[in-house]
Ligand binder design. Structure first.
Ligand code: DGY
Length: 420
């Protein structure tokens, strides 16, 4: 069975290959997505190392002059997706969206490089290192409004956890009166019960329109945009990525960047407590405008181990929250704790399991010495694919697949992690 599934996983990556980049799945997501490509590179690395590097190099071809790596690169137009390049209207070549996505690239570049012997002269690593430095500086310049090393997002799509309940209150304040009419395409590809609602989509589009009206001025969007959240996921991922980038900077003897990253890491380590919710006993996303915490435990809360933060007491409470999840979930790690408002085991990021987040959570737990939890998550992830195939996400209750089928990053996670 492992042999067949590994074969199938490779075939999915090959089939979703559009020539130097991979679409997350045919139909629903017909372009190159930022963090999808990063994880997909780990899958390719298991059988075609050249193609793994190329996936990231193609992504970087869309990096903006200011350093931002966009969340979508529209290499060729596809009428089956909304909002496409003409809606974003960023004026870039190649055409891109105007927002970013989780900064996991440096972590993946480090892994590709180390797996090939960690040669500081590796030219592919060196080029991508420069792109990562620029991208991390963009985050530090535009997305750290409190100066505490956390990451503010200006669109919920940036988090990758699009419709997580963490964003509900902030999204409810978004003015949708000027949105106008548009035709959604996602619900033509998959069951609408697995996707965000119409009201939610209007808000997503309204935030996009604010950015477009500003001429994609990142200062203006960061200071005055309609959605300003400190995201626990991106904050943890950037801290982790800064640690990995530091290893590359040290190998290259880039002393100025070493000092810069060390300072950022210290800042973020201390800043992370701003997201800690003592009553809930977890790190939770927080609204910059109102200062309010979501108070919700999501799969991103457990990225604390991956980021290397938390006192022994905080870590004990996080493990207790994970343990609590096993009460209602047959499989770990749900994207939202059951019983939370808006929990829905089928709807996108309001319950379903996403293997890339499970992978990062599992990695972090293993590194922190919690091998038993890491193994439980890996085994559950493996069972989900064995049961349902390579879906976008999975019900934590039944294990049924949700969202799109033949998903690139799910195939990649099988090859690089849970199917090994
Ligand atoms: C979508 O279209 O749902 C994507 O997740 C946006 O990035």
């Amino acid at each position: 069975m492992t042999q067949d599934l590994s074969q199938l996983a490779q075939e999915i990556l090959r089939r979703n290959d559009r020539g130097g980049y991979t679409v997350p799945t045919h139909g629903l997501y017909p372009y190159q997505w930022n963090w999808d490509s990063a994880f997909v590179a780990l899958g390719f690395a298991e059988f075609d190392r050249d193609r793994a590097w190329q996936e990231i190099e193609t992504l970087i071809s869309g990096q903006w002059e200011d350093g931002m790596i966009p969340h979508i690169i529209f290499h060729k137009d596809d009428p089956g997706y909304f909002p496409g390049p003409s809606v974003w209207a960023t004026g870039k070549t190649p055409a891109t969206s105007g927002i970013t996505q989780p900064p996991v690239l440096a972590t993946i570049v480090r892994k590709l490089w180390e797996d090939e012997g960690a040669d500081p002269a590796n030219p592919r690593m060196r080029a991508l290192y420069q792109a990562c430095v620029k991208s991390h500086r963009w985050f530090h310049t535009y997305r750290d409004p409190l100066g505490n090393g956390l990451v503010m997002v200006t669109h919920n799509w940036e988090t990758g956890r699009d419709n997580s309940s963490e964003w509900d209150d902030a999204l409810a304040r978004v003015d949708t009166s000027g949105v106008g009419t548009y035709q959604r395409r996602d619900t033509g590809h998959v069951d609408a019960a697995m996707r965000p609602t119409a009201v939610e989509y209007d808000r997503y589009v309204a935030i996009l329109q604010f950015g477009r009206k500003s001429g994609w001025n990142h200062r203006e969007i960061a200071d005055h945009g309609p959605f300003r959240m400190l995201d626990v996921g991106m904050s943890m991922e950037l801290l982790r990525a800064n640690r990995d980038l530091l290893v590359l900077a040290q190998a290259l003897g880039d002393t100025a960047v070493v000092a810069e990253l060390e300072a950022r890491i210290t800042l973020s380590e201390a800043g992370m407590d701003w997201l800690w919710h003592e009553e809930v006993g977890a790190y939770c996303s927080r609204d910059v405008t109102t200062g309010e915490s979501s108070g919700l435990v999501t799969n991103a809360s457990f990225l604390a181990f991956y980021a290397g933060v938390g006192s022994p007491a905080q870590r004990r409470r996080l493990l207790a929250a994970l343990d609590r999840m096993t009460g209602s979930a047959t499989y770990l790690v749900p994207s939202l704790e059951a019983g939370s408002r808006a929990y829905d085991h089928k709807r996108y990021w309001r319950g379903p399991i996403w293997l890339v987040v499970s992978y990062m959570v599992g990695q972090g737990l293993a590194e922190a010495g919690h091998e038993d939890w890491a193994e439980r998550i890996r085994t559950d992830s493996r069972k989900l694919i064995e049961l349902s195939g390579f879906y976008e996400s999975f019900s934590p209750e039944t294990g049924a697949g949700s969202g799109g089928p033949d998903f690139s990053w799910t195939a990649a996670m099988w090859l690089a992690w849970c199917g090994k």
